[in-house]
Design a protein around this ligand. Sequence first.
Ligand SMILES: Nc1nc2c(ncn2[C@@H]2O[C@H](COP(=O)(O)OP(=O)(O)OP(=O)(O)O)[C@@H](O)[C@H]2O)c(=O)[nH]1
Ligand SMILES: [Mg+2]
Length: 465
Amino acid sequence: MLDDTIAAIATPLGEGGLAVIRLSGPAALAVADRCFAPAGRASGPLARAATHTLHYGHVVRAHQRLDEVIVAIMRAPRSYTREDVVEISCHGGLLPARLVLEAVLAAGARLARPGEFTQRAFLNGRLDLAQAEAVADLIHSRTELALRAANEQLAGKLSRRIHELRDQLMLTLAHVEAHLDFPDEDIAPDTRGQLVARLERGGEFMDTLLRTAHEGQLLRRGIRAVIVGRPNVGKSSLLNQLLGHERAIVTPLPGTTRDTIEETANIRGLPVVFIDTAGLREAGDEIEAEGIRRSRVSLERAELVLQVLDASEPLTARELQPLAGPAGRKRIVVLNKADLPARLRREDLPAALLGDGAASVPVIPVSCRTGEGLEPLKDAIKQAVWAGEVRAEMLEAMLNARHQDAVRRARESVTRAIGALRADEGLELVAAELRLAASAVGEVVGKTTTEDLLDAIFSQFCLGK
Ligand SMILES: Nc1nc2c(ncn2[C@@H]2O[C@H](COP(=O)(O)OP(=O)(O)OP(=O)(O)O)[C@@H](O)[C@H]2O)c(=O)[nH]1
Ligand SMILES: [Mg+2]
């Protein structure tokens, strides 16, 4: 299956200083030789060059020079895919890169599918599945914390733990199966006890992993925070302040924002998607009505609500009505325009706005004009979605949604196996559950996979990776 040689543009499409065309496969050097003319007279073909060397020259097609390039060669197995790899750096820009790619394809390479280089690295055993996914996470990370987590996963920290867990499950399974082979001999009560103890340790370890899953997904995809309030309280000003640039239009006219505006900011290391909305009031016209409808939809979907009030004016009746959306969702009251004479203080806020004692809602005075109160607001946002610190060991093993699903299934099987052992039930049942658990855990690192799963994972990659 891996006897062909693939090629793709590995750099983003668009104009830039350089573009890189990457080749991988048994014929990578031969293909490159067919379209590369080295500059120095003394230089021989790439096929005879040493690994990890650079070669200057031109890409040619039908005796015509297409571009001036540097060719890097990395021979198997010391390459990203563990195959022979050639990387041609040409001038940036759509046309040079495309011409070089076409030359390479004409010389015998096949166009790679998205993620196919990384898929080869996986199939050739250089990366396991969790590590391959980390490559995509690394490319897509939007904050330093997400990047650190992706790097830890790429380095194999999560994989190592998963392998240990799977080994433990297999060992226990082997014990149980040994007893199954001698059905006449009843399993001693203390042996059952030992098996239970070992499985309980495994189960606890899975629980620890599962606890980090929530944080892991927060780090990767971020949270949605909607900014709501009546017209003119300063919602768009707040969005601009949080983003650090003038994204939304701000005017003294109520009803300025008519559509929802979404933009991501890095808040204390977390990617937060802020959604500015049209002010909630009786709509004046059809456009405004649609804007307000969208505000409500965003309000219901968001995980965090920033409820903006204007501290220079008294509360209105509408502001006292409860907001739409799930009960118990996190909310922060932002008392804006703190630079103006106050007509609304924290003490004036009715209990209905502040929530009940235990889940009391933080109230943060800010001024979008002076920037005062913005740092405490960022702390409050971080605190609302992720109480506690980001610990280094958390970054080392962060499950994504796919891992979480697999580990959860494994955990359920282990719980059932423990139940069966305790209830003195047949060992066949225990063995069956342990087999399920080991196989589910194996999915994380790709020990047990299906073609569909691999396709689903690698198709999320960009072209040339
Ligand atoms: N003094 C003062 N004025 C502010 C502050 N924040 C916003 N404003 C002013 O309040 C007015 C409305 O601000 P916007 O940000 O457009 O308010 P909005 O809530 O987005 O309004 P709509 O989009 O119409 O619902 C503008 O004139 C802002 O300059 C503040 O902290 N202090
Ligand atoms: Mg606005």
